[in-house]
Design a protein around this ligand. Structure first.
Ligand SMILES: [Zn+2]
Length: 150
């Protein structure tokens, strides 16, 4: 094992970890790693077909191409480098933006503009179509929404 000079990939990974840590430090994170592991085990043992697990919708593939952050790990199914993380946002406060995919930079900006919204992180492989909900978390200022007087 040689420890050569740090590669650009490490710098990207470090930057992304920092952004994600900043984004999620004060929020409720739900991790779906157990479900992912179970699903991958089902594929290996044949309980679930590749066609079922690798069925990324064309819109999801499009979002992965335009807004996906490199996952920096190989796809767990095809072992290629096409794995991306797509961040979808949901919440009443978002209006028309609800349901859209956003980059991490956009999420950083948005978290100061809204009281609360949900972020769904979907892992998508651009090579084989594997897709899985990776985790969800909540962003926003945390202020109480202003009550509408009836
Ligand atoms: Zn794949």
């Amino acid at each position: 094992m040689s420890s050569g000079p740090s590669k650009p990939r490490d710098a990207v990974a470090g930057r992304r970890r920092a952004v994600v840590a900043a984004l999620t430090q004060r929020t409720r994170v739900v991790d779906y790693a157990l479900q992912r592991r179970a699903l991958l085990a089902d594929i290996r043992t044949g309980r679930r077909s590749l066609a079922e697990a690798c069925d990324a919708h064309p819109y999801l593939q499009l979002a992965a191409r335009h807004y996906g952050e490199p996952a920096l790990i190989k796809c767990p199914v095809c072992a290629k480098d096409g794995l991306r993380l797509v961040h979808y946002i949901y919440g009443d406060a978002l209006g028309k933006a609800a349901g859209q995919a956003k980059s991490l930079a956009e999420l950083e900006r948005m978290q100061d503009d809204y009281t609360e919204f949900d972020v769904y992180v979907v892992e998508v492989c651009r090579d084989c179509g594997w897709n899985h909900l990776d985790r969800t978390f909540v962003l926003g200022t945390g202020d109480l929404p202003r009550a509408a007087d009836g």
